[in-house]
Design a protein around this ligand. Structure first.
Ligand code: PEP
Length: 250
């Protein structure tokens, strides 16, 4: 049985007091979950340590970013190994903001993926097309290319990978993919995984939708058969909206 996951990506938002207040609020509403249902938050790295101390066990904490080297002269960077030692259990890899704003291409993303797996971190690997690629009908090719990076992974490693489909045109824009558009792409990703890894891995990999997911549209999106939860940006910054989205998966 694959896991249902609702994950909040706080991006570069919130001061320390706001982050702690939001986290406490989410802890108070997130049920402890179980092996098959998870609530995750990805705060800015500087808050991870203090939030881990506040954690009541209902939430797992991940890092939005890290460097693929394990240690050394990389001023300003944090490694996967350091995050794991801190108590972090997840990382994001391949978010479109990292791809576009920080030039993270396939070679870097592969190294990040290997570093995270070596440190026993779980990964949400993000993929998704630009508006232009969708309008030109190239969205499936684009996502297929992005998924191809996973080909080098073993079946065992794939057990630590979840995938978030996040069309770039829907991120932070208020313009959500329709349930039909999201479902179509999720079906496609599941089929790609099956072609690469076979039925068992494809069926057990959680596929999340991201891109202006909100309390208004979450239930309909999550009811699609290949949508196993969401990666939530803006709506994860308020207890009420994030709580409603968590409830939508239950
Ligand atoms: C994201 O950045 O991963 C995201 C999905 O953002 P938003 O929900 O704000 O569109």
């Amino acid at each position: 049985m694959r896991r249902k996951i609702v994950a909040g990506n706080w991006k570069m938002n919130l001061d320390v007091n706001e982050a702690e207040t939001l986290f406490k609020g989410i802890c108070s509403i997130a049920s402890a979950g179980n092996k098959y249902q998870k609530t995750l938050v990805f705060p800015p790295n500087i808050y991870i340590h203090s939030l881990l101390k506040e954690n009541n066990g209902a939430i797992e904490i991940g890092a939005q970013n890290f460097h693929f080297e394990t240690k050394g002269a990389f001023t300003g960077e944090v490694s996967a190994r350091q995050l794991k030692a801190l108590g972090c259990s997840w990382v994001l890899v391949g978010h479109s903001e990292r791809r576009v704003l920080f030039n993270e291409g396939a070679a870097i993303l592969s190294k990040k993926m290997d570093a995270a797996l070596e440190s026993n971190l779980q990964i949400i690997y993000c993929c998704g097309e630009s508006l232009r690629e969708r309008e030109e009908g190239n969205h499936f090719d684009k996502v297929r290319d992005q998924i191809a990076i996973l080909k080098s992974l073993t079946h065992e490693s794939m057990q630590n990978i979840s995938i978030a489909y996040e069309p770039i045109w829907a991120i932070g824009t208020g313009r959500t993919a329709s349930p039909a558009q999201a479902a179509e792409m999720h079906d496609f990703i599941r089929a790609e995984l099956e072609a690469i890894f076979g039925y068992t891995i494809a069926e057990s990999t959680s596929l999340l939708y991201g891109g202006s997911c909100s309390e208004e549209n979450a239930k309909e999106l999550f009811s699609c058969k290949n949508i196993d939860g969401g990666l939530i940006g803006g709506a994860s910054l308020k207890v009420d909206s994030f709580g409603a989205i968590i409830s939508a998966i239950e």
